[in-house]
Design a protein around this ligand. Structure first.
Ligand code: MOS
Length: 726
């Protein structure tokens, strides 16, 4: 029996605050952590499957035209080669993971240079790699296609349009106004673990060992691609070495492995090489963003304008939702937002680390800094003055919002009061500056299911096809079950990453912990109710702690109450009316100190602080780690990260971690994180909102604003590399 909770009304109780075990919120270690750091966690390409052979994927050399394998027979005859496969189904773009898509049919037309078009299968990996290198791919009837968004056809995204009042008039009549245009480059999700899959068929049943974020969708996608029923597909993904969006949807290696295993009758392993991950999985769109801000003499916003241009392949629907938080972050009666999607032949654009806000809030917050400088007002004060009472576009109440507290508390913790005047502080050859920015991210709940088994000995098992992409799911789901059933964490086992288990929300969009956590909560609540019924007491009068049940002035061991029985319950949560009735979002504030070298323009981040509010914190350690990671990627966005595209053919030039620079230890200073106490009754019965991506949504702006404070140079073209700062 599945207990189903549809969230149609705000929670009236804060049950987790009343529970006795004290697990939820505690900074517990991740139970799988030791496995990961000692190499004992089995990642996708590390499984050893009997009889396994190896596939290596081959890319197209151009961005349009019909694919022809010129020397297929010759390659097929090379030593050890078992198959050369160029099935059109390989040409599926990496999907977004949220919808079933029709399989690609018809002739193989190349869409972008680097697209993975064929797979060569051989007994040994080296044989497959050698043969793949020898395969000659040519393109017939290639045409000249747009690869730069500036040259491309634009499609207006009507659903992003906001038009309220008269922004042009507000700008003309404003005491202070700015009209600035920023650009942000394309980003790679750059997970440490490259995408890999091992496919094996037993009769009509396919098992795929792979590395994904949203298994129930990935299973449907793979079934769609192969034209088979999802019941025939099982995906195992117990450990994921980073996703950052690139593993939300099916990537090319899985279809390749499945087709190759079918054709050869052998289990086939296909691992993408690092350049293939950069060239053929997913990118964040580059953006062009114009921001207009109009303010009165006191720095109150009268107008907010935000227009953006993003890009994607001609066949793709995803458009980086750059404006998402602009709609609710600040007040201003006159508003205008619009977005265009440019159609370009670059690799598929999709969700990468907080799609939308990561670059949208960053640019908005850079523009706010420009306005503060123009007015001559403290940037924190400018933000404080523009916190809207209600969502300024929809008129809805905020479900919970400790934005002002994050600004104030963050400023206090950082020592913002010591901020220098522009270009007035130096230490030797280094110019010192402070900068700040707000953080904002929408909150999303996704349908999720879990099964909880309370064994006769009073131990508990949580089972769901939820993933842990390094974010702490194993820990958090165990904490919720242990809290609800009154068991120490050692007595809780969490099983994840197997589509044979109840389908979960998956990990994405910061919804994972709250969505899958609520399903565990619902199942545990049902188990508590059964225990209470056995005892003839109300569930709310039952206290469970350390394997003991206390009720009506007596205490008995849980195992004794179970009397040899196992209790199994499934919980399911689906979003309901509360997701539409109020504006649900998370907020925070970032502060950064930088040193910029006066001669070279090199920027070093010296310290950073972030204060965040995201509802109940389910695990203080994993939540803090997520915020640290987000802020570190903010350093990358501000200073180094940028996919470079060849202007002739639109392919990725810097397709490895040596040339695509994410911050490393030497780039990361001491970072402090403060998590503000908050409960969001509208979000779910946990009163928790998503925190996974909040740490990156504006972080880069704090650094670029600090560069301005240090140097007086305003960089409007991210990242702020030294050539732009000097
Ligand atoms: Mo996230 S970019 O939705 O994995």
């Amino acid at each position: 029996m599945t207990e189903h909770l549809k969230i149609d009304a705000p929670a009236t109780e804060r049950r987790l605050d009343d529970m006795a075990q004290g697990l939820v919120g505690a900074p517990l270690d991740r139970p799988e952590g030791p496995l990961k750091v000692t190499g004992r966690a089995t990642y996708a390409n590390e499984w050893q499957v009997d009889g396994m052979v190896h596939g290596v994927m081959v890319r197209v050399p151009g961005n349009s035209g019909r694919v022809v394998l010129a020397n297929r027979a010759e390659v097929a005859a090379m030593p050890g080669v078992l198959a050369v496969i160029d099935d059109p189904r390989l040409l599926r773009n990496p999907a977004q993971g949220t919808a079933n898509e029709a399989p690609v049919q018809g002739p193989q037309e190349a869409a972008y240079l680097g697209q993975l078009i064929a797979v060569v299968v051989a007994q040994q990996f080296e044989q497959a790699r050698h043969a793949a290198q020898r395969l000659e791919v040519t393109l017939e009837d290639a045409e000249k296609v747009a690869v730069d968004p500036a040259d491309a056809a634009l499609e207006p995204q009507e659903d992003q349009t906001v038009a309220q009042g008269d922004l042009d008039r507000a700008m003309a009549e404003a005491e202070h106004a700015i009209d600035v245009t920023y650009t942000t480059p394309s980003h790679s999700s750059a997970p440490m673990e490259p995408h890999a899959a091992i496919a094996s068929w037993e009769g009509e049943q396919l098992t795929l060992r792979a590395s994904y974020q949203m298994l129930k969708y990935n299973r449907n996608e793979l079934a769609d691609a192969l034209g088979i029923h999802p019941d025939r597909v099982r995906i195992l993904s117990p450990y994921v070495g980073g996703g950052f969006g690139s593993k939300l949807g099916l990537a090319p290696e899985s279809v390749a492995a499945a087709l190759a295993a079918r054709e050869t009758g052998r289990p086939v392993s296909v691992a993408l090489m690092r350049p293939q991950v950069f060239e053929a999985t997913m990118r964040r769109s580059e953006t062009l963003q114009r921001v207009r801000l109009a303010a009165d003499a006191e720095g109150r916003l009268t107008g907010v304008g935000h227009e953006a241009r993003v890009s994607n392949l001609p066949s793709e629907t995803f458009a980086e939702p750059v404006l998402q938080a602009t709609h609710f972050l600040y007040s201003g009666a006159h508003r205008h937002s619009s977005m265009d999607l440019a159609r370009v032949h670059r690799l598929c654009a999709g969700s990468v680390r907080a799609p939308g806000e990561a670059v949208g809030v960053t640019v908005l917050e850079s523009a706010m800094d420009e306005l503060a400088a123009k007015i001559g007002m403290d940037p924190v004060e400018l933000r404080r003055r523009n916190i809207p009472e209600k969502d300024p576009v929809s008129g809805k109440e905020f479900s919970s919002r400790r934005f002002r507290e994050a600004l104030d508390s963050g400023a206090e913790a950082f020592g913002w009061v010591d901020r220098p005047e522009t270009r007035t502080r130096s230490e030797g050859e280094w110019l010192i500056g402070y900068g700040m920015a707000s953080a904002a991210r929408v909150n999303i709940l996704m349908e999720s299911q879990a099964r909880v088994r309370l064994a006769p000995d009073g131990s508990v098992q949580v089972e769901t096809d939820m993933t842990d992409i390094g974010t702490g799911t194993y820990a958090i789901l165990g904490q919720i079950a242990g809290e609800m059933l009154g068991l120490p964490i050692e007595r809780v086992e969490v099983r994840l990453g197997d589509t044979d288990l109840p389908p979960a929300s998956g990990s994405g969009g910061s919804w994972g912990a709250a969505s899958s956590g609520t399903s565990v909560y619902v199942a545990c609540q049902a188990i508590r109710t059964m225990i209470a019924e056995r005892l003839g007491v109300a569930e709310t009068d039952l206290t469970l702690k350390d394997g003991q049940a206390t009720f009506a002035n007596q205490t008995r061991p849980l195992a004794e109450i179970l009397d040899g029985d196992e209790i199994v319950k499934e919980g399911q949560v689906t979003p309901g009316d509360t997701s539409k009735a109020v504006r649900q979002a998370t907020f925070g504030a970032y502060f950064a100190e930088v040193a910029v070298h006066a001669a070279s323009g090199e920027t070093r981040v010296r310290r950073m602080h972030g204060s965040f509010a995201a509802g109940r914190i389910l695990n203080a350690k994993t939540a803090r780690s997520q915020c640290l990671g987000g802020m570190i990627f903010g350093i990358g966005m501000a200073l180094t990260e940028e996919l470079a595209f060849d202007p002739r053919h639109g392919h990725v030039v810097n397709h490895n971690l040596a040339e695509y620079h994410v911050p490393v230890n030497a780039d990361v200073p001491q970072i402090t994180v403060e998590l503000l106490e908050e409960r969001d009754d509208w979000a779910n019965p946990l009163q928790a909102k998503g925190i996974g991506e909040l740490g990156i949504c504006g972080a880069g702006a704090a650094i670029v604003n600090a560069i301005y404070n240090a140097t007086g140079v305003r960089v409007r073209d991210y990242p702020a590399t030294l050539d732009k700062v000097i």
